[in-house]
Design a protein around this ligand. Structure first.
Ligand code: F0G
Length: 462
């Protein structure tokens, strides 16, 4: 770690290769949005100026990683790149059986097709949407038990990603330990604001799981951001390296699944790692049918090489200091304009509380999506709704059941945007905040049953 005593935390990289941004004018954006059914997933990326849709697969890879792409070994079986990748995952996690997959949800599909099924209950601090979908598609039930206070978005706390351990204990007793095939801890907790999980909570959860003989898995897409928050916020960790902290996190679990498109800086890739040899054998059988042979799992050798390098780079503390500070900076800008956000800002983005920001728009009129559309119309900014469009349901009687939150996530790609891009986003928010009460809600025209937000079509209210 360097001895940085300056107030300004600078981007710890310089730029060698650039891409143009998609400048458009307002009439063009109006047209684009209408054609897209007011769903930003349908907007071509070259019509976007600042893309905060996701931090997934959108990172800028380093020169080292691009070098690795050239060195990648494309042998069908036993490629050198696989062994480099396997070594990196084993060193980080301490888990022996390492299975590559093309991205996180492939690991979820494989895992829950083995451990899920009707009558089973999977418990998590909060399931990410694809995780929940894969649990439910297997016939199992997905239960979220976030710690008290996680849904109090205006009230900051150091570890709002924690699981409610008392509720976990009670739920296991209610369902019967034989019906709970695993407990999942998502680090950081993406769906509730990118908030971290404390080491203490992870340790206590591991004790509960061990007592009931239930495996504990980490959904570790953003493990390094979580580990850095532990260093900053948890007593006893300030003097430890982030690598040590990450190793300790993994020491409490029986397995992990990772979308490497986040904290490994790659554009595609993921893995699944366990110690249980029998589980790994079954997973490899499914892998070979759907993804590929067990030493490439739906990836090219070069992708494995880039992942191995990225898993090392993500633990560089200059990077993590800049990363967490730059997200906080965006949060400070929004607060200055009175925009309510999930407090404190998360590890990979800032989440705007659209329920409070646009409190004149009812949940069934999708306040989050209304803001998502306005951000695009005003500034060409793409963001993502995490609210009733993503999680709202129709009950058996056809009545609308809103999501517990109406958030808009501004997810920041890693090493991609500079401070002036973020200043621009803040300026656009200032403009929208000055006329927030004039924004109108949305009507849902069509949506599929599962993961409906990807394909939904909407229209603005008259
Ligand atoms: N788990 C978490 C916590 C995630 O955030 C994601 C993806 C996945 C699993 C699934 O991984 O996309 O590689 O299949 N999150 C992205 C996002 C899509 O925008 O937050 P994947």
């Amino acid at each position: 770690m360097h001895d940085w005593n300056w107030k300004t935390i600078i981007e710890p990289f310089k730029i060698k290769c650039v891409e143009p941004l998609g400048f458009t004018d307002r009439p063009e954006r109006e047209c684009v949005l209408r054609d897209a059914g007011f769903n930003l997933f349908n907007v071509p990326a070259d019509k976007i100026l600042i893309d905060l849709l996701t931090d997934s697969g959108t990172s800028a890879m380093s020169g080292e990683q691009w070098g690795g792409i050239m060195r990648g070994d494309e042998s069908y079986a036993g490629a050198r790149s696989f062994y480099a990748f396997e070594r990196a995952v084993r060193e980080l996690t301490g888990l022996r059986e390492v299975i590559p997959v093309h991205q996180g949800r492939a690991a979820e599909r494989i895992l829950f097709s083995i451990l899920g099924g009707p009558g089973k209950t999977v418990i998590a601090n909060t399931h990410f949407d694809t995780t929940r979908a894969n649990v439910e598609v297997s016939g199992a039930e997905a239960v979220d038990l976030p710690a008290a206070g996680a849904l109090r978005f205006d009230k900051p706390g150091p570890f709002k990603g924690d699981i409610d351990t008392a509720a976990l204990e009670a739920k296991i007793r209610e369902k019967g330990r034989e019906n709970v095939p695993l407990v999942v801890m998502t680090v950081t907790n993406n769906s509730l604001g990118g908030q971290p999980v404390s080491m203490r909570n992870l340790r206590e959860t591991a004790e509960i799981c061990r007592f009931h003989k239930i495996p504990l898995f980490l959904d570790c897409a953003r493990f390094a951001e979580n580990a850095y928050f532990i260093k900053l916020r948890e007593p006893g960790y300030a003097g430890r390296s982030v690598r040590e902290i990450a190793r300790e996190m993994f020491s409490y679990v029986d397995g992990c699944m990772m979308s490497a498109k986040k904290d490994a800086f790659v554009n595609i890739g993921g893995f699944f790692a366990v110690n249980d040899k029998a589980l790994a054998r079954r997973a490899r059988e499914i892998l070979i049918i759907g993804e590929g042979f067990s030493t490439y799992g739906g990836l090219a050798g070069r992708d494995l090489e880039a992942m191995a390098i990225g898993l090392g780079e993500i633990l560089e503390e200059e990077y993590l200091q800049y990363r967490i500070r730059s997200i906080e900076y965006l949060g400070e800008g929004l607060r200055r304009h009175g925009v309510p956000i999930v407090e404190p800002p998360g590890g990979h983005g800032v989440y705007v509380d659209a329920k409070r920001f646009l409190d004149h728009i009812a949940p069934e009129r999708y306040p989050g999506q209304a803001l998502v559309c306005e951000l695009y119309l005003t500034g060409g900014i793409r963001s993502c709704e995490i609210g009733s469009l993503m999680f709202g349901r129709r009950g058996k009687d056809g009545a609308f059941e809103p999501a517990p939150m109406e958030l808009v996530r501004l997810a920041v790609p890693r090493r991609v945007y500079t401070q002036s891009h973020i200043d621009f986003v803040v300026e656009v928010f200032g403009d929208i905040a000055s006329r927030a009460k004039s924004l109108k809600g949305m009507r849902l025209l069509e949506a599929s049953e599962v993961l409906s937000h990807f394909t939904a079509r909407l229209a603005p209210e008259a």
